[in-house]
Design a protein around this ligand. Sequence first.
Ligand code: NAP
Length: 324
Amino acid sequence: MAVSYHDVIVIGAGPAGLCAGLYTARARLDTVILEKMAPGGQLINTSLIEDYPGFESIDAADLIQKMVSHTQAFGAQILTTEVSEVFSDGWQKVVRTADGDEYRAGAVIISSGGSPTPLNIPGEFEYAGRGVSYCAVCDGAFFRDRVITVVGGGDSAVEEGLFLTRFASKLYLVHRRDKLRAQQIIQDRFIANPTTEIIWDTVADEIIGDDGAVTGMRLRNVKTGEEWVHETDGVFIFIGFDPNTDFIKEPVERDENGYLIGGSHMETDVPGLFIAGDVRTQLTKQITTAVGDATTAAVAATHYLEDLYDRVERPETVATEVSA
Ligand code: NAP
C-alpha cells in the first residue's frame, strides 16, 4: 500500500471538485483530486450547457475538458481511483481507496456529488442527454413548444414538472400509482395548470427514439395491463437522488434525505472536512452553485491550513510504500 501526504485531497472531479482543486492548487497547496470514473460528474449525462456564464452554448464534454485542463494547469493531480473511507487520525485526514492506497491531508473537500435514481429501462441511457434528462433547470429550455413527459410522483417530479410547463406545449406526468406523493399544495397547482396531464397507474417499459433523439416511450398500465406507445420529445426522470456519502466514516451532519449539511464556509462539524456541490443540502443542483460552493470550500480550506501549519509540522508529500 502506498501512503502519501498532500495539503488538500478533493473527492470527486465534477465541476465542484475541479473548481476546488483549481483554487487550492493555485494557492500553491499540494492538491490531489480522486475520482472513481472520468471527470465531469453529472455533466457526463448532459449534452449542451446554456446556463454557465460566459458560455452562451457549450458542449458539456468541451466544458469538462476546459475545466480539467484549467485545474491541471495550476498543478492539481487528478487520479482515477475509488474512495472507500474518509476518517480523521489526529489532525490528519485519511482517505483510503479501493486500490488499497492511503492518502493523507490537512484538509479534505468532499465533492462526490450524487446520482439521480435511474429507471433502468431500455433506451434510458442510450438517449441520456438526447431527450432523456434528470434536470429540469439544466435542460428544460431545449424543449420549448415540445411535448415533455415527467416520470415520478414525489415533490421533485411535480415541482420540476411545473417548472417545465414554462417550455412544454404539453406536459405529461407518468406515475406508477393513483395517488401522488408530492405535497398537496404543489399537486393542486400542477393539476390546475392547463398544460399538464397525469397518466395514472402507469410505468415506462422503454424509451424509444429515432435518429439519435427521443420520439416516445412504451408505457404500461399496471392495473389493466394495457400497453401503448406514448409520443414525447423529452423524458424527465425524477424518482429520487442519492448523494454519494457512504465512504464518510465521520459524524458529519446530514439532512433527512442524506445530503451533507455545511456552514456558510462549507465547513462541516469535523475540522478540516469541507463540502461542495450536489452532495450538499441546498436549493438547486447547478454547475454555477457547485463551483460557487467549491470556491468557498477551497478558500476556507486554505485558511484552515494556514492556521493548522502554524501548530503542526507539515509532512513530506512524497509517496512511501508500506506493507499493508
Ligand atoms: P421521492 O419523494 O422519494 O419520490 C419518488 C417518486 O418516484 C415517488 O412518487 C415514487 O413512487 C416514484 N418512483 C420511485 N421509484 C420508481 C420507479 N422505479 N418507477 C417509477 N416511479 C418510481 O423523491 P423526490 O421527489 O426526489 O424527493 C426526495 C425528497 O426531497 C423528498 O423527501 C421530498 O419531499 C424532498 N423534496 C422536497 C421539495 C420541497 O419541499 N419543495 C422539493 C423536492 C424534493 P411512489 O410514490 O409510488 O413510491
